[in-house]
Ligand binder design. Structure first.
Ligand SMILES: Cc1cc2nc3c(=O)[nH]c(=O)nc-3n(C[C@H](O)[C@H](O)[C@H](O)COP(=O)(O)OP(=O)(O)OC[C@H]3O[C@@H](n4cnc5c(N)ncnc54)[C@H](O)[C@@H]3O)c2cc1C
Length: 417
């Protein structure tokens, strides 16, 4: 039966646009709440891995396990320290450690998280190769999903989990823009057995500062899920300032085509990769520059800012990167999408009125996610735009600087003592 105002979650016919992290989480949670779910994903059956590593607060991984969103033995490990390091003349190999900042990070693979979620969405409701062209609110309680195959099935609720270029966001808020933040994230990885020695990476996350950015280096589980020393991946990412006037040329691929937003593995021209590797050599200590040098097929994506005025209009909702998105410094990308979906199912399950459930969910999600965006922006200013020279600082001055510029605490970076 299809829902009407006053129906509960188990009466609802729900359409989901997008079958990645947020879409799969929504399909699982809403199906378990009793909704009749259909998910449309424009890609083929398996999504490509977005990159090696994800860092999320360990408590979040535990929550996902408790909710059976992921297997209890999903490969991940905890890292409890983020060392802030600057290349120095005195120690150009390891660099000067200005501050061992307490941190709580669970390191896992994007691909591992996605495949755990995808395995819990029955194939019968996951419609791969289905491109959604438009959404039409046909009356206050129904939305038609216009598909590229010419059909337009109708739903009581549509959840748009269609990523940062979201059709759903554009439909609800055409005035909202996605703005380039003035820098990119350059990424790569090598197998642990290519390292001369695992230390100092064994000590936790290494955050390497330099003028105009910083880099993050840490172990994540290996491609086979192995968390054993020797079989892990060394995952790294460096923030590089590229002025607005140069970004189009910078994102030109091997074929000479200017790409919007990213250069995926294998598409970066050799000259661009060489230039970045040379810059890394000048900026970060040699131990880490050697890792960067050895990394094949590095890739890069632009950092964007986007905030939304709301997560819901009528019977259309946003989830994950389709809503607001926080800069990657916030370690929030993947978990935000899952939390949006978990909270939506919880709200629908605990209200008799669908519209009241959506309204309360919307208020809470808009505030929480815009707070995350603000946290990411504060970190972006502190760690990229206005990064001070850490080689001239010690632990007390680092703590003072950080607590002055980053005022929002999260589970992964607690308030500075
Ligand atoms: C290049 C890149 C690398 C990244 N690497 C990392 C990383 O290593 N760690 C990390 O935490 N985060 C990373 N992120 C961010 C992370 O991928 C996202 O925060 C997270 O995946 C958000 O999940 P999502 O489901 O909201 O959106 P996405 O993962 O972007 O998924 C959106 C889905 O919607 C589908 N879709 C879009 N439009 C339509 C349509 N019209 N019809 C049907 N389907 C549609 C897309 O095919 C896609 O599968 C990366 C992002 C990018 C762009």
């Amino acid at each position: 039966m299809s829902g009407t105002a006053g129906s509960k979650a188990n009466d609802l016919k729900v359409g989901i646009v997008g079958g990645s992290i947020a879409g799969c989480a929504a399909a699982i949670e809403l199906s378990r709440a009793g909704c009749d779910v259909t998910l449309y994903e424009r890609s083929g059956n398996e999504l490509k891995d977005r990159g090696a590593g994800i860092g999320v607060p360990p408590s979040v991984v535990e929550t996902f396990i408790d909710r059976d969103l992921v297997d209890h033995d999903i490969p991940y490990f905890r890292l409890d320290k983020m060392s802030r390091i600057w290349r120095s003349a005195d120690d150009s190999y390891h660099g000067y450690v200005a501050w061992d900042q307490p941190a709580q990070l669970g390191a896992l693979n994007w691909g591992g998280l996605y495949s755990n979620l995808r395995a819990r969405v029955p194939d019968a409701i996951y419609r791969a190769n289905h491109n959604v062209l438009a959404l039409h609110q046909t009356d206050p309680e129904h939305v038609a999903v216009e598909l590229a195959d010419g059909t337009a099935p109708e739903f009581d609720l549509v959840v748009c989990a269609d990523g940062y270029t979201s059709l759903g966001r554009h439909t609800l808020f055409p005035e909202v823009t996605v703005d380039y933040a003035g820098y990119v994230l350059w990424r790569g990885f090598i197998m642990e057995d290519e390292l001369d020695k695992p230390k100092p990476l064994d000590d936790g996350v290494r955050c390497l500062g330099y003028p105009g950015g910083h880099g993050i280096f840490y172990f994540v589980p290996g491609p086979d899920g192995s968390v054993e020393p020797g079989k892990r991946l060394v995952n790294w990412a460096m923030y590089i300032t590229i002025p607005d006037t140069e970004i189009e040329e910078f994102l030109t691929d091997k074929q000479g085509i200017s790409r919007k937003g990213s250069l995926s593995p294998g598409t970066m021209p050799m000259a661009t990769e060489r230039r970045l590797k040379d810059e890394a050599r000048d900026r970060i200590p040699d131990y880490y520059a050697d890792i960067v040098e050895k990394s094949p097929d590095t890739f890069v994506y632009s950092i964007y800012d986007c905030q939304v005025p709301a997560y819901r209009v009528g019977r259309i909702c946003l989830a994950g990167d389709a809503g607001a998105f926080a800069r990657p410094h916030s370690a929030a990308g993947a978990l935000k999408g899952i939390n949006d979906s978990v909270a939506l199912a919880a709200a629908l399950s605990s209200h008799d009125s669908v519209d009241q459930a959506l309204s309360e969910w919307n208020t809470e999600r808009t505030a929480t996610n815009n707070g995350l965006v603000q946290f990411g922006n504060q970190l972006g200013i502190a760690l990229v735009k206005e990064i001070p020279d850490w080689s001239k600082m010690d632990q007390p001055s680092m703590e003072k600087w950080f607590s002055g510029v980053v005022t929002i605490a999260t589970e992964y970076l607690p308030a500075t003592p």
